[in-house]
Design a binder for this molecule. Structure first.
Ligand SMILES: C[S@@+](CC[C@H](N)C(=O)[O-])C[C@H]1O[C@@H](n2cnc3c(N)ncnc32)[C@H](O)[C@@H]1O
Length: 245
């Protein structure tokens, strides 16, 4: 299952990094960074694991804040970009190829913080990921992540009418005529994410839904799916903060 996600990311990583052109920083959403939310400001001296580090922009930012960072990703192409970025910014980050649902390369109790931004829509088995994350976090360690808010994609970006069902969860396949690989993503209900976290031994401490009812607060994203008028009506990003008990 993850093989098809890996294939997609290896194929599209170069294009993705060119288009998104992310600054180094913890970018929870296109419009909300950790400069505003300060969820990961207190990481100096901590051992931090980014679960799906992509091009490494968040990992490099945490290393600049003094954390000992390990970035894990499925895609060698994404990791290659991340390694170059860390070298460019003169920080040490250990980048590792792997799957967030199987963290066997890390012993128990290895990290104080695990985090990611916009990765879990690519992961089908979140329960496995949370069990593994709980295992590698030290007791009291934090897991902080953002993901697409599951209500945002239900509305048509032009008409704002609800066109899809919140209950239609699981594997979604998007095909592109000009690409050899399909994009495979997963829809998760909020309750499923919450229950997978508590089932793995986490206490959910905070849910955040950043946003504003002012369309002027937003800019269009690079792929046109982020429409300011719709963003002012529905949350596009969901953030969880959980603690390993
Ligand atoms: C949209 S990027 C997010 C990364 C970064 N925060 C960003 O905004 O660019 C999603 C990343 O998750 C990685 N990914 C998807 N499924 C994964 C899995 N099961 N294990 C590890 N990485 C995964 C992909 O390879 C990709 O680099």
């Amino acid at each position: 299952m993850t093989e098809e996600v890996k294939e997609w990311w290896d194929l599209t990583a170069g294009w993705f990094q060119d288009e998104i052109d992310l600054d180094v920083g913890v970018n929870w959403t296109g419009t909300t960074s950790d400069d505003d939310l300060t969820l990961l400001s207190d990481v100096a001296g901590k051992d931090a694991l980014e679960l799906g580090c992509g091009g490494g922009q968040c990992s490099v930012a945490l290393a600049q804040r003094g954390a000992n960072v390990t970035g894990l990703d499925l895609s060698e192409e994404q990791l290659s970009f991340a390694r170059d970025l860390a070298a460019e910014h003169d920080v040490d980050v250990e980048f590792v190829q792997g799957d967030v649902t199987n963290l066997e390369m890390f012993p128990d109790d290895s990290f104080d913080v695990a985090f990611n931004a916009y990765v879990f829509q690519w992961v089908g088995d979140l329960a496995a990921c949370f069990r593994e994350t709980h295992r590698v976090l030290r007791p009291g360690g934090r897991l902080v992540f953002s993901m697409p808010h599951p209500v945002y994609d239900l509305a048509d970006p032009e008409t704002h009418r609800v066109e899809e069902s919140y209950f239609d969860t699981g594997r979604q396949v998007t095909t592109y005529d000009d690409l050899d690989s399909d994009m495979v993503t997963y829809r998760h209900r909020i309750s499923d994410v919450h229950n997978a976290l508590t089932g793995a031994g986490f206490r959910v401490e905070r849910l955040l839904e950043p946003g504003s009812d002012d369309p002027g607060h937003y800019e269009e994203g690079p792929w046109g799916e982020h429409r300011p008028e719709l963003l002012a009506k529905l949350p596009s990003t969901l953030i969880f903060e959980a603690r390993a008990e």
